[in-house]
Design a protein around this ligand. Structure first.
Ligand SMILES: [Cu+2]
Length: 278
């Protein structure tokens, strides 16, 4: 190899090692990756980052992996029949050529599901992001304080938070669903995850992932596909941020789980997400 090439390669390595916060692959740059410290016992955490597509073709973030969680998902929110619905991005998150996409609280985000241990402030969480064209891009998520509003050491984005999502975990007897809303998030355990009588345990968090103390919570189960009329039930508070309700999911299949939360400050908040009953 020519000396100049060796020098160039060496310089490349030097530059790469200098950019600890920035992961780059071809025309894609990932920066400002951050997360929040989680309260004790938390099963989920949001992840946020900025993606720059400096290339001439669009790319898609297809999936993510981390040893910090059993599963890493990409969440986004859609409006459906006037209700905010959360969903997992299964077909990838498109980043147009020249676009800078910021995943932030209240908007499209990464979700760490089934944390192997709580995230603590100052922790650096390695995450592999998989793009359709750029391939694997390794990023380090910097963990800020509980309820942090933006990445540490950097000015927080001034754009208002705008979004949420749902995910579903199935255990043998029960399943866990995380519903992210603009102003609130809910960690829902449905037990058992089968048709018949079910017990739902719902822990509420505010948009900053802090426990939310609500005034009242009404849960509605409906199955539009099966023409089963929606059934609503008030939940009972079992601790400051946790509620419980017994309901009946009379058939297997896709149901819509809607939460109507009466908050102290902002009135009523409605969020919904599809759930699958076996
Ligand atoms: Cu989420």
């Amino acid at each position: 190899m020519e000396t100049s090439k060796i020098k160039a390669a060496f310089l490349g390595i030097m530059l790469a090692s200098l950019c600890a916060v920035t992961a780059q692959a071809a025309d894609l740059t990932v920066r400002h990756a951050w997360s929040r410290a989680t309260p004790k016992g938390a099963q989920v955490a949001g992840g946020y980052l900025t993606i720059d597509n400096l290339g001439n073709t669009s790319d898609r973030l297809l999936s993510a992996l981390s040893e910090a969680a059993r599963k890493v998902e990409i969440h986004e929110t859609i409006m459906q029949d006037g209700i905010m619905m959360m969903r997992t991005v299964d077909d990838g998150l498109r980043v147009a050529p020249g676009e800078t996409m910021t995943l932030e609280p209240g908007g499209t985000h990464i979700m760490f599901i089934g944390l192997t241990s709580p995230l603590s402030e100052g922790q650096q969480v390695p995450v592999s992001l998989f793009f359709e064209h750029a391939g694997k891009v390794d990023a380090i998520f910097d963990v800020g304080t509980v309820g942090a509003k933006g990445p540490r050491l950097l000015l927080a984005s001034t754009r208002p938070a705008v979004h949420p999502v749902l995910t579903q975990e199935r255990a043998s007897e029960s399943f866990f669903t995380h519903i992210c809303g603009t102003e609130l998030m809910a960690n829902v355990t449905v037990s058992p995850g089968k048709s018949g009588p079910v017990e739902l345990t719902i822990q509420l968090e505010d948009a900053d992932e802090k426990p939310l103390v609500a005034q009242a919570l009404t849960v509605t189960l409906s199955s539009p596909d099966k023409e089963i009329a929606p059934v609503a039930a008030p939940a009972d508070r079992i601790s400051s941020d946790t509620w419980k309700v017994r309901m009946s999911a009379t058939a297997a299949g896709k149901w819509s789980l809607a939460l109507s939360v009466q908050t102290v400050g902002s009135g009523r908040i409605d969020i919904a997400a599809p759930i699958l009953i076996e």
